[in-house]
Design a binder for this molecule. Structure first.
Ligand SMILES: C[S@@+](CC[C@H](N)C(=O)[O-])C[C@H]1O[C@@H](n2cnc3c(N)ncnc32)[C@H](O)[C@@H]1O
Ligand code: SF4
Length: 482
């Protein structure tokens, strides 16, 4: 093992990440590029993270060193299959009518478990959360899912209260009630169903299989019959053809279905089949839709602070899975298995094969050859790790100051002095208990606020974005004027 990996500390920051920019400029750039300045961080990682990319021959040693001292972590397993790819979907998805690739994929997943069991001595590590996501994991057979659950149980310890969470589509919940019941029987305790919209025409134009409200009611019935008491519904807003009225109706009809939690996803266009629509969706339009949803949910007894995506009607329950809650509040490390899965150890950020290509071939080949199926592994400097933790914190619209200080050994106010001053002075964030939290005003300027905490290289990309397409002469003049 190379000597520098005996103990993996923070990497040296690249010159681009040492740069500082005036908060007002970064804030304005985040708002200008509101379709990409969000919690999906980092942006343009092929450019902004290149300095930290480890060569493949160092992956094994770096992974072992990165996890050596970690006792508690979360686990994510990605199951990429879907019958058809929805036109708005941004995830690593493999479309198939029949599950022809399923058996090979699950074999590979179980081998990947085995790789980590050997390399990380996982039996001495404790899971604080475990999500099975996708794609549509419930597209796979109950038997395959059971084998994954068993592999997790036999590889790791489980913290008491660390529930297993899974995702489904309504169509599967309607047509395969036995599978939903089997999930509960194997110990899955939280289930999330993507509804996105109850508007028939919009659902169809997005390529969703949707047969109307009756179908959703039957899906909910099957989920409840199976025993699930922690049930989430995902909704999406920010489509070009979504009117405030149809959106309000979607939120109301979803509330009537009675889930414990409702998660609002603002449409992220990058890399999707409808990305050209982004140009027709203004920030004002998005904010109007967000306000409608917040007010409707609050009035119906669903709690969620400004900026939080998941609303919960269970007191004291954030509504998200334990896996996500630990990431968001504590910046807890997580191991991701499967196609394109993301992993964050205390000092590294990694993406499995398929993250770029979204194809199974290279992932399967790597596992078959006995290699960790990693596409990119980055050894992070402090600023990038901080930026990543804060970006994820904004899923809840707030940063836990004490967890930040414990993780990085410096206070938020010390490290981000000009940025914290800026958000406080402009009424964008405020102190609330242990948190620095978005105000309602800040929530409306979410994309500007989140950008303030990005690392230097990503801020620079944002500040220059759009300029690349300006005529060179014009660009030079603008720079000279600046
Ligand atoms: C990985 S999907 C799994 C849900 C399940 N496959 C379904 O579609 O019902 C999780 C959620 O991500 C959200 N989502 C998908 N594409 C998105 C995008 N481009 N931008 C924002 N959210 C998105 C949807 O709300 C979806 O329910
Ligand atoms: S939204 Fe869900 S069902 Fe649609 S393609 Fe994405 S993961 Fe599959």
């Amino acid at each position: 093992m190379p000597a520098e990996f005996e103990s993996l500390g923070w990497n040296q920051p690249a010159p681009a990440d040492r740069r500082r920019f005036p908060p007002e400029q970064v804030f304005a750039a985040g708002l200008r590029h509101h379709h990409i300045a969000n919690t999906a961080y980092p942006i343009r990682h092929q450019v902004t993270m290149r300095a930290y990319r480890l060569p493949r021959e160092e992956h094994e040693a770096a992974v072992a060193a990165a996890w050596r001292d970690t006792r508690h972590l979360s686990l994510y397993v990605h199951v990429p299959f879907c019958q058809v790819r929805c036109r708005y979907c941004e995830y690593a998805v493999v479309e198939q009518e029949e599950n022809v690739l399923e058996a090979a994929y699950f074999e590979a997943l179980l081998r990947e478990f085995e790789f980590y069991r050997q390399r990380l001595q996982t039996d001495s590590k404790t899971l604080v959360g475990f999500d099975i996501g996708g794609g549509t994991p419930t597209f796979a057979s109950a038997e395959h899912i059971r084998r994954v659950v068993e592999a997790a149980r036999s590889s790791f310890q489980f913290e008491p209260g660390a529930a297993i969470s899974i995702e489904t589509t309504p169509i599967i919940a309607v047509r395969q009630p036995d599978k939903i019941a089997a999930l509960y029987d194997m110990g899955v305790r939280r289930i999330s169903m993507g509804v996105q919209t109850t508007h028939f025409k919009l659902a169809q134009s997005l390529g969703r299989e949707y047969e109307g409200l009756g179908m959703l009611q039957r899906a909910v019935y099957n989920i409840r019959q199976a025993g699930f008491g922690r049930f989430n519904i995902d909704l999406m807003y920010g489509f070009a053809e979504q009117s405030p009225d149809t959106w309000r109706r979607t939120v109301e009809q979803t509330i009537a279905l009675g889930p414990e939690y409702i998660t609002l996803y603002r449409m992220r266009y990058k890399g999707t089949r409808i990305q050209e629509q982004a140009a027709h969706v203004t920030l004002d339009a998005v904010n109007e839709l967000k306000t409608i949803a917040q007010e409707t949910l609050w009035a119906a007894g669903y709690a969620g602070t400004p900026g939080k995506n998941t609303f919960s009607r269970r007191p004291g329950d954030e509504g998200t899975s334990e896996y996500l809650t630990a990431r968001v509040i504590r910046g807890a490390p997580y191991l991701g298995l499967g196609l394109a899965a993301q992993t964050m150890s205390p000092y590294t950020l990694g993406y499995n094969l398929g993250a770029a290509s979204k194809s199974l071939k290279s992932y399967l080949r790597s596992v078959e050859a006995g290699r960790l199926p990693i596409q990119d592994l980055y050894h992070l400097p402090l600023d990038v790790a901080m930026a990543k933790m804060i970006a994820v914190s904004f899923y809840f619209g707030q940063i836990h100051r004490e967890h930040f200080r414990r993780k990085f050994g410096v206070s938020l106010e010390e490290h981000f002095a000009p940025e914290v001053d800026f958000v406080l002075q402009n009424g964008l964030m405020e102190y609330a208990g242990p948190y620095l939290r978005l105000t309602l005003q800040g929530d409306k300027h979410f994309n500007g606020v989140v950008a303030l905490f990005y690392a230097g290289a990503v801020k620079e990309v944002l500040l220059n974005l759009g300029r690349e397409v300006v005529l060179p002469g014009v660009e030079v003049q603008r720079r000279a004027a600046a």
